[in-house]
Design a binder for this molecule. Structure first.
Ligand code: NAP
Length: 262
């Protein structure tokens, strides 16, 4: 039995996660964490009251020796501290929260290595997104002119999405840095050409009704290729989260990308 703590349990992803954990025979929901919790808002979380699980609001309260895996679906400004706390206390981590900076990931990797603890940071737990990133990396070898459009619900805090940044990083591994578009181009409205990652432009769309979607557009002389994935329901991420929780105890390093466990 794997004892799991869920940080961010009141949020859209956290709520799905506590139910996935509670309904999986191999996992025990050993606790949930959020620094700001009141009885009222705990009971607003669908069916949470029926689960009878300890709610921790302070790191000090967490029985670290009784937790095997820390799942994090919180916010960009909280995730680094949370993951650092877990790794320092020898708890494996499964991190879905986006917005970690490269230098923070380097530091967290060092802590995991020092303590011999496994962890996974997955910008996207959906298999369609993992495949999109792999296919885009393959295509970029032959079609190096590329732009990325990511589309999300309008409550998302960070832009561009972690998946878009990871897509750009994977493409950059196989593509020489080069500027695209007319070298003389100007923006008559700021931001019109989107963010720029090593010459690749990334555009972020935020709309109600959307969940998480991405298109990678390749253009070449007389032809184009578009790769697209859609996550229509947050439930689609749960298979990847469950897989990570089950496997992460076998590792002693912090990895980025679900493909490391597939
Ligand atoms: P959300 O609905 O805003 O939920 C975030 C939750 O985190 C809120 O309930 C918030 O509590 C809580 N929180 C804030 N500070 C915290 C802290 N210090 N410790 C613990 N909990 C804290 O967001 P969401 O849609 O669930 O998304 C969560 C994260 O997952 C985002 O970064 C998003 O981009 C990412 N995401 C990843 C994937 C993936 O496959 N990797 C998929 C979807 C989303 P309050 O309610 O009290 O403010």
């Amino acid at each position: 039995m794997i004892n799991v703590l869920v940080a961010g349990f009141k949020g859209s992803m956290g709520n799905k996660t506590i139910h996935m954990v509670a309904n999986n025979d191999k996992f025990k929901l050993a606790g949930v964490y959020n620094p700001v919790v009141t009885e009222k808002n705990v009971n607003e979380v669908a069916e949470f009251a029926d689960l009878d699980v300890p709610v921790y609001t302070d790191y000090e309260q967490i029985p670290v020796n009784d937790i095997d895996v820390w799942i994090d679906f919180t916010i960009p400004s909280a995730v680094y501290q949370n993951v650092k706390f877990a790794l320092e206390n020898k708890i494996s981590v499964v991190v879905g929260t986006t917005g970690l900076k490269d230098e923070q990931i380097v530091e967290l990797k060092e802590i995991a290595a020092k303590n011999g603890i496994g962890g996974l940071i997955a910008p996207n737990f959906g298999i369609s997104a993992v495949l999109l990133m792999q296919f885009a990396k393959q295509a970029a070898k032959y079609m190096p002119d590329v732009e990325i459009i990511e589309m999300h619900h309008d409550n998302k805090l960070d832009a561009p999405s972690g998946t878009a940044i990871n897509t750009a990083k994977l493409i950059a591994e196989v593509r020489e840095e080069h500027q695209q578009g007319n070298p003389e181009e100007t923006e008559s409205l700021d931001g019109a050409r989107g963010a720029n990652y090593e010459g690749m432009h990334i555009h972020s769309v935020r709309l109600p009704g959307y969940v998480a979607h991405e298109q990678v557009l390749f253009g070449s002389k007389g032809e184009a290729l578009t790769i697209r994935q859609d996550s229509f329901d947050r439930e689609s991420f749960m298979t990847g989260v469950a897989l990570a929780v089950e496997k992460i105890g076998d590792y002693n390093e912090l990895m980025v990308g679900l493909e490391n466990l597939l």
